[in-house]
Structure formats: C-alpha cells, structure tokens
Design a protein around this ligand. Structure first.
Ligand code: SF4
Ligand code: SF4
Ligand code: SF4
Length: 237
C-alpha cells in the first residue's frame, strides 16, 4: 500500500513538473493571454485581450483589465514576475459578468450592434430584429453605445443563467478567443477585398468612380458611428 502511494505521488509530481515545463516553453504573450478573461471589451486600451497580452509581454502595466479584477492581476504578476499592484480603476471597475439583452420590439434592424460585437454574438439581418446568442455573449458592453435607439441592456449573468450553455469558464473564454480571432481575420479580409474593389471600380468609368466614392463615404460614416460609440463607452464612469 505504501509503495503504491509512493508511486502515485511520483507520477503526480512528474506530471505536474511536465505541465510546468510545457507552460514555461510557451511564448510569454500566449501565457498571459491564457489568463485574461477574453471579454474583448477594450477597457485596457487595446483592441482585445490578445493585443493587451502582447503589450504586457512588451512591458505594459498588468493591472488594466477590469473584467479580470484583482484575481487576474495576481495571475499576471506570477507569470511576469512583477508585483501584484492594485487594479487601475481609471480603466473601469470590476463587476460580475453580465449578458446583453435586446428589446426586440424596439429594434429597428440597423445592424450597428453586429458590427460592434467583437465575438459575433448577435444575429439578425438589415431591417429585421436582432437577438443576442446568450451563450456567446461576453458582456463586453460594446453593443450598448452602438445602438441608436438604446434598445440593448446588460443584465447580471445570474438572472439569465438558464440561457447559457453549461460549461467551464475556461472553455467559454477559449470559445470567445476563437470567435474574436475568426472575426478579426474576417474583417481584415473584408477590408482588403473592399479596397481592391474600390481600386478596380475607380479605374473604370466616371459613373463607376462616383459609385465607388459613395460607397467609401458610407463606409466612413459607419466607421465614424462606431468610433463615437467606442468613445461614449470609454467615457462611461
Ligand atoms: S477583458 Fe477587456 S480589459 Fe481585459 S484584456 Fe480583454 S479587452 Fe482588455
Ligand atoms: S452581444 Fe454585446 S455585450 Fe455581448 S459580446 Fe456582443 S457586443 Fe459584447
Ligand atoms: S443597434 Fe439596436 S436597433 Fe440596431 S440592430 Fe442592434 S439592437 Fe437593433
């Protein structure tokens, strides 16, 4: 019996040491990103958790993630070897996880919330009502200021827990990271294709050039609306 216990202890210790070695072998930014909450809310001042992880690896402060709170600051301190400083509340206060909810009766189908959502958690088509996929929503709040008729509200997770697909928080974070990365890649591709189409059109007839200019103008208007929405969110206490 004693021998069996000793063997089990040695096996467990070996597995733990191997896991630690594997973790240390990962690039620093990847290890940092692994402990960030993947809310993708941009309160840290970066376009998402991945870019903030890169910035921390390059020396940026470790206390700028309100959704992570002090627990994440402590984990980042352990990974980077820096002191566990208090959360920088100028970036926002820590609050329990929330989910977005759209009042579908008031939705005008403008699609601006879809463009604002960093993890593709909203579905709907132009001029039709939109809805939030509760199990994909990270509660980032970016859709709220984007809505021109203020029909999106955030509710505490506990009130809508029944809407959630059951799963561990880490699995949900991994899923949010994957959706954020897929969306970023898709947006990059769309921007490239749009620029190519515009270049091709403007090299044709004067009328085609005008259409291209119109499309570019509409694109700028939508981008400006999204920028204003981000600025309004950043200005919230
Ligand atoms: S959860 Fe928000 S504040 Fe925290 S790292 Fe991700 S994007 Fe930045
Ligand atoms: S639905 Fe709104 S709150 Fe939820 S992830 Fe998308 S933008 Fe963020
Ligand atoms: S931004 Fe508001 S009005 Fe527009 S589609 Fe989304 S929920 Fe509906």
């Amino acid at each position: 019996m004693t021998l069996l216990v000793s063997i089990l202890v040695v096996v467990a210790a070996t597995a733990l040491a191997a896991a630690r070695l594997r973790a240390r072998a990962q690039p620093l930014a990847r290890r940092i990103d692994a402990v960030l909450p993947q809310t993708q809310c941009r309160q840290c001042g970066h376009d998402g958790c991945g870019p903030y992880a890169e910035a921390i690896a390059a020396g940026e402060a470790i206390n700028r993630c309100p959704p992570g709170g002090t627990a994440v600051v402590r984990k980042l301190a352990a990974i980077t070897g820096r002191p566990a400083v208090p959360l920088d509340v100028t970036r926002g206060a820590y609050k329990p996880r929330q989910l977005a909810f759209i009042d579908e009766a008031r939705c005008i189908g403008c699609t601006l919330c879809i463009r604002a959502c960093p993890v593709d958690a909203i579905v709907g088509s132009a001029k039709l009502m939109h809805t939030v996929i509760a199990s994909d929503c990270t509660g980032c709040e970016l859709c709220v200021p984007a809505c021109p008729v203020d029909c999106i509200v955030l509710e505490p997770l506990r009130r809508r827990a029944a809407d959630l697909v059951p799963g561990h928080a880490r699995a949900r974070a991994a899923s949010a990271r994957r959706r954020f990365e897929q969306r970023s890649a898709r947006l990059d591709r769309e921007r490239r294709e749009h620029a190519e189409r515009m270049a091709a059109k403007s090299s044709r007839t004067p009328e085609a050039a005008r259409t291209a200019a119109d499309e570019a103008r509409k694109h700028r208007i939508v981008e400006a609306a999204l920028q204003r929405a981000r600025a309004r969110l950043a200005a919230l206490p």
